[in-house]
Design a protein around this ligand. Structure first.
Ligand SMILES: [Zn+2]
Length: 330
């Protein structure tokens, strides 16, 4: 695991003085900027036998164990895939971190460290701790065992109980500047900067989204949004029904950009498609577009439920079409 270059300053702030490390750290910031890599690097660095200024050595016995997922002084806690997580069938992991997972740390905390140094627990995403689990964790945070560091990783720290947050040192990671993100992405072989705008400037998301098949699906979907008609929309809904959440994201960003242009600001997510967006924004009814976006936001909550994807998509796309045609016809 390696730090991303834009997180180095935060790294030095945290690790500069090894005698002043916290027992509980809340690492937060938007998705796709390297929080997990940061937490993993920190854990490995704490366990490393010859830690350097910019991370673990990567070669010592502790580093080898860590990279094999076998270090006895390290625990990673993530949502468990069990019966309590209905609706997640087929997906990796579940929705919540349960009290059993936090309780099982009790034995770990009760031991002395195998290697005579730190013991490290990373909990991610921490906002998936359910209420009972958060309560159980709070007891540990109130009286942290010696030489234990608990790292909570959160995209939305506001969803954690205030009592948990207040027991942690907070460290915010931020999106890199656009030029830095583009330079890093180009080092990863990604040269199309359009994806970076689409994901709000988060480089790791851009990399994930740049998978060729996904880009082809996106271009097709956006192409239809740019030149909509009832027949193509219906066919699009039929072809895309297995990927409703993906289409939901594209349509939500598309509507955001249309409303932004109508309000006189720039396209945020699809600046490369601004000419087409501008033409549509000029002819669409603002109130109807806004309602379409509201409906989409409400529907967002249901995306994880097994509804009929094609029907959902069709209803959004038809509403979108209606918003576009209103002004032209009336
Ligand atoms: Zn090492």
């Amino acid at each position: 695991m390696r730090l991303h270059p834009w997180n180095l300053a935060a790294w030095h702030d945290l690790t500069g003085d090894r005698t002043r490390l916290p027992h509980a750290l809340l690492l937060h910031g938007p998705r796709g900027i390297g929080k997990r890599a940061f937490a993993g690097t920190l854990a490995q660095w704490l366990l490393c036998e010859v830690p350097g200024g910019e991370g673990p050595c990567g070669r010592c016995r502790a580093c080898v164990w860590f990279e094999q997922g076998a270090h006895p002084d390290y625990r990673l806690v993530e949502p468990a895939a069990d019966g309590s997580n209905e609706g997640d069938a087929g997906k990796k992991g579940g929705k919540h971190i349960t009290i059993n997972e936090i309780r099982s740390l009790g034995d770990f905390f009760g031991l002395v460290s195998h290697q005579g140094g730190w013991r490290v627990v990373v909990i991610q995403p921490a906002e998936t701790l359910n209420a009972a689990a958060a309560n159980a964790l709070l007891k540990t945070l109130e009286e942290p065992p010696a030489d234990v560091m608990i790292v909570l990783v959160a995209h939305q720290p506001g969803r954690l109980p205030a009592t948990v947050r207040s027991r942690c040192r907070k460290l915010a990671l931020a999106r890199p500047a656009r030029a830095e993100a583009e330079a890093w992405l180009s080092g990863q072989g990604l040269t199309d900067p359009a994806t970076l705008a689409e994901v709000g400037g988060a480089p790791l998301l851009a990399l994930e989204y740049a998978e060729p098949e996904r880009l082809a699906r996106r271009d097709r979907f956006l192409g239809v949004l740019a030149r909509p008609g009832a027949d193509v929309l219906s066919r699009l809904a039929q072809d895309s029904q297995q990927r409703v959440d993906e289409c939901w994201g594209w349509l939500a960003r598309w509507l955001y950009d249309l409303l932004a242009l109508q309000a006189g600001t720039a396209a945020r997510y699809f600046p490369d498609l601004e000419p087409a967006l501008r033409e549509l924004a000029a002819r669409a009814r603002p109130a109807a577009l806004w309602q379409c976006q509201q409906e989409l936001m409400r529907a967002g909550r249901w995306l994880r439920h097994p509804l009929n994807g094609q029907l959902l998509l069709e209803s959004w796309l038809l509403r979108y079409l209606d918003a576009l045609e209103g002004r032209r016809d009336g």
